[in-house]
Unconditional design. Structure first.
Length: 204
């Protein structure tokens, strides 16, 4: 069985670009997709709690998962490696379109997996660091910062900035935004606005 896996981070993003790239890739390689798995979820969320986890639970030896790139599987090095390791243990192949990656049981595939994962991790960390530095500079200058979504973030969202690590960890654990907001003593809307204005900068 050949599966096409597509993931986007927000409802504002479309799955069509990824579907098109995978379809074109299959045509070039004389492959067909037996089933599509699409989901709108952050790649930081534990993969076992995503549709990807259900797919992995049901795969068999010789099955093939095709995605546009490794970062669609997960947003951290360890998560990607855990997924690839699981697939290798179950005899499942993973191919990516943009990375040109082919998962097999040979040492070369394992080395490539580490290389791609490390490169993606470094790039995200650099983007995150630059974003935070820019936010700190603008806040020091007394400017109201955030992305323009038609409304300006309320001042109450800024106090959540120091809780970003906590928020990300809870989201990875699968905790609902409503529960996170309750623990941080703020409204669900305030938390959502903070995430949209600041945290989503790093998601693709």
């Amino acid at each position: 069985m050949n599966y096409g896996y597509i993931r986007v981070s927000t409802e504002k993003q479309t799955v069509e670009n990824q579907r098109f790239e995978i379809t074109q890739f299959c045509e070039r390689n004389h492959l067909s997709i037996d089933g599509w798995i699409e989901e709108t979820v952050s790649g930081t969320k534990e993969y076992k709690k995503r549709k990807l986890g259900t797919l992995l639970h049901n795969i068999g030896k010789g099955d093939l998962i095709i995605s546009t790139e490794l970062s669609r599987l997960g947003r951290t090095l360890f998560m990607i490696m855990e997924i690839l390791s699981y697939c290798m243990d179950h005899g499942c192949q993973v191919w990516t379109v943009k990375d040109g990656y082919r998962l097999g049981n040979d040492i070369q595939a394992k080395v490539l997996a580490f290389a791609f994962g490390i490169a993606a991790e470094i790039e995200r960390n650099l983007i995150s660091q630059r974003t935070k530095e820019a936010l700190r500079r603008l806040k020091a200058e007394g400017k109201l910062v955030g992305r323009d979504f038609g409304t300006r973030p309320r001042q109450s969202t800024y106090r959540l900035y120091r809780h970003e690590k906590y928020i990300r960890q809870r989201l990875e654990e699968g905790m609902s935004q409503r529960e996170i907001a309750r623990r941080l003593h703020c409204s669900r809307n305030t938390l959502a606005l903070y995430m949209k204005s600041f945290m989503m900068e790093e998601e693709e």
